[in-house]
Design a protein around this ligand. Structure first.
Ligand code: NCD
Length: 317
């Protein structure tokens, strides 16, 4: 597999992550400097699952770099409806474009698709697997609000099916963060993810909890996630955990003044709207950071000055 596909955050070293975040900060400070950097470049958007932020921020990012996008549109209106395989779809669309962004309900689909294409492919979410570009904007937001050194983070909600969680947790092992995972028993991190995290970090920074109270006062960042209803095999199982963790002003009485609250969005009922106006809320800035961060990613993946080789060059993931 080529190293300039971005499939999981596991393939990125701390150096790769810093390269992306530093480039995003440069672009954020002066977006007009890169407005013509990728003219005549086309990004193919292949979204087999709903998306607002990821798709629109990739589209904005490509256009702000001077390029454009071609969009497969909904599954309903594409040849997927006629039974076309993912491998055939990506092989055809890579012939039209310079890079691809793929979101698909099946875990492992991005790895499989990347084996059929030569243009860079970014995994924008593969089922309950990974979502590495979201992780880059999450890390950018953490770095701006709390810093990535000596970080104590609580990651709460659907840790079983939440792909943003899996990608973020892996990336944070590069920064020796203390990670507290808070969820109902039935939505704990998959054991294989815990095993991998222990391999990467020696287990020192990983703790699992059922209650937020015991860790809240120690947190710099609380990363809240939506229960991924669409991934439950059984609606009754979803109903058992729906609404279990909700953050309101009373929850935050025990929190530090500097606590940063993040959420990949969309939220359902995990964070009460009253939190939005507080200094804790970083989730709308987080979503806005998707544009400079994805501009940086696309710039690195599309540049022929060798920058792409720096990403994930040390791994065959
Ligand atoms: C997330 C996703 O699709 O995994 N959304 C996003 O990309 N910002 C989180 C979610 O859907 O809950």
């Amino acid at each position: 597999m080529r190293h300039d596909h971005l499939i999981t955050s596991k393939q990125l070293t701390r150096g790769d992550i810093e390269t992306i975040l530093d480039r995003a900060a440069e672009i954020d400070a002066d977006p007009s400097a890169v407005a013509d950097r990728h003219t005549n470049t086309l990004l193919g958007l292949l979204f087999f699952e709903p998306s607002t932020r990821t798709k629109m921020s990739f589209e904005t990012a490509m256009k702000r770099l001077g390029g454009d996008v071609v969009d497969m549109g909904s599954v309903e209106s594409s040849s997927v409806k006629k039974g076309e395989t993912l491998a055939d779809t990506v092989r055809v669309i890579e012939g039209y474009t310079d890079a691809l962004v793929l979101r698909h309900p099946k875990q492992g689909s991005a790895t499989m698709a990347s084996e059929f294409v030569d243009v860079p492919l970014v995994n924008a979410g593969d089922g309950a697997g990974h979502h590495p570009s979201q992780t880059m904007l999450d890390l950018y937001t953490i770095r701006e609000n709390a810093g990535l050194d000596d970080l104590t983070i609580g990651i709460m909600g659907d840790l079983k099916y939440g792909r943003t969680v899996h990608s973020l947790a892996h990336a944070l092992t590069n920064f020796d963060a203390q990670q507290h995972f808070i969820s109902p028993e039935s939505l704990r991190l998959p054991r294989e993810v815990v095993y991998d995290l222990h391999q990467e970090d020696g287990g020192a920074g990983i703790r699992e909890h059922e209650s937020l109270e015991e860790v809240l006062p120690s947190l710099d960042v609380l990363y809240v996630t939506r229960i991924q209803r669409e991934r439950f095999p059984d609606e009754q199982e979803y109903q058992k955990v729906a609404g279990e963790y909700q953050i309101g002003s009373e929850t935050l009485e025990a929190a530090g003044d500097d606590l940063t609250i993040m959420h990949p969005l969309p939220r359902v009922d995990e964070i009460a709207p009253e939190i939005d106006e507080t200094d804790h809320a970083a989730y709308f800035d987080q979503a806005h950071n998707g544009v400079p961060v994805r501009m940086a990613l696309l710039d690195l993946l599309l540049s022929d000055d060798g920058a792409a080789d720096r990403l994930g060059g040390g791994s065959d993931e």
